[in-house]
Design a protein around this ligand. Structure first.
Ligand SMILES: N[C@@H](CCC[C@H](N)C(=O)O)C(=O)O
Length: 294
């Protein structure tokens, strides 16, 4: 029987980005890729990202998070999921942490301080963007990641050339388009996600800058597919747009699920993401889910 059998979970969302939160603090168990896929396969616990809480690693932090995509792969960042975890750790009667003060979460990519702005709205300090080719990572050295070249050539879509690349703790490629809704994400997304120039695959965004304070964004997520919102992609798009002089350092990023406010803070270069969370229901993971999942 899996150590996860009968574990309580929260099904949440951040702007429609489907998030399941599982609390393994106090347990040595590490969710396997097969277990993550099994949890995603059940409609009650279905997720774009599974956020798993573990005991803190760095002194002064509240929890260490592992982040799983629908396909079982792991990521270093999930903006919408981080806000959901912040809600769970401050408001859920079971997952609520002891004590008050600033909430600081940690992933394999670094520390994420979180501020509660209102009942369900949180600002996450997503840290500084990583902009060097080997930090993203890209296969080939490039001096300026504001305009990169992928191997994929789409002659039917001449706009899809020279995207920007940014890491927010996970790899993002941002294409600059005149109409963010014009592309068939389900057809193009998987091809671009797996482009050989992206050794760890990529989260793929189509960004339409409508003013210096506003970006329309659609995202094909690595390991999860088309989602209604992606917080780290919104951060990556704002950083890339500001670097290209298309926007200022603060903008509203509109996704199919709603709006995020993103600021690339001048004082320390950190990216702040503000947006809502929603609790849908709680549940218990059935032992039957894990039959055959190692
Ligand atoms: N939805 C997330 C990003 C999820 C991680 C991504 N699919 C990856 O593999 O890097 C967000 O809100 O940032």
């Amino acid at each position: 029987m899996s150590a996860l059998s009968n574990s309580r979970f929260l099904k949440m969302n951040g702007l429609g980005n489907e998030i399941t939160v599982l609390d393994l603090r106090g347990s040595p168990h590490r969710v396997s890729a097969a277990e993550a896929r099994a949890i995603a396969a059940d409609p009650r616990s279905r997720f774009d990202q599974l956020m798993v809480l573990h005991d803190p690693v760095t002194p002064g932090t509240d929890a260490y998070m592992r982040i799983y995509n629908t396909d079982g792969s792991e990521s270093g960042a999930c903006g919408n999921g981080t806000r959901c975890v912040a809600w769970a750790m401050t408001a859920d009667p079971v997952m609520r942490r002891a004590g008050d003060g600033d909430l600081v979460l940690e992933t394999k990519a670094g520390l994420l301080p979180v501020e509660r702005m209102s009942d369900r709205v949180f600002t996450v300090d997503m840290g500084p963007p990583r902009l060097e080719w080997n930090e993203i990572p890209l296969r080939d050295p490039v001096a300026d990641t504001r305009a990169i070249t992928l191997d994929t050539h789409l002659p039917e879509a001449p706009e899809l050339r020279n995207p920007s690349a940014v890491s927010m703790g996970n790899p993002h490629v941002v294409f600059w388009v005149s109409d963010a809704t014009a592309y068939d994400l389900a057809a193009i997304g998987p091809v671009l996600e797996h482009d050989p120039a992206l050794p760890e695959r990529g989260n793929i965004s189509f960004a339409q800058v409508t003013s210096p304070e506003h970006i329309l964004l659609r995202v094909w997520e690595r390991g999860a597919g088309a989602t209604r919102a992606c917080g780290s992609a919104a951060c990556a798009a704002l950083v890339a747009a500001a670097r290209k002089g298309l926007t200022g350092r603060k903008a509203v990023v509109s996704l199919p699920g709603g709006d995020l406010v993103i600021e690339w803070r001048a004082s320390d270069g950190h990216v702040l993401m503000t947006g809502p969370t929603e609790l849908e229901h709680e549940g218990i993971l059935s032992p039957a889910l894990f039959a055959g999942a190692a």
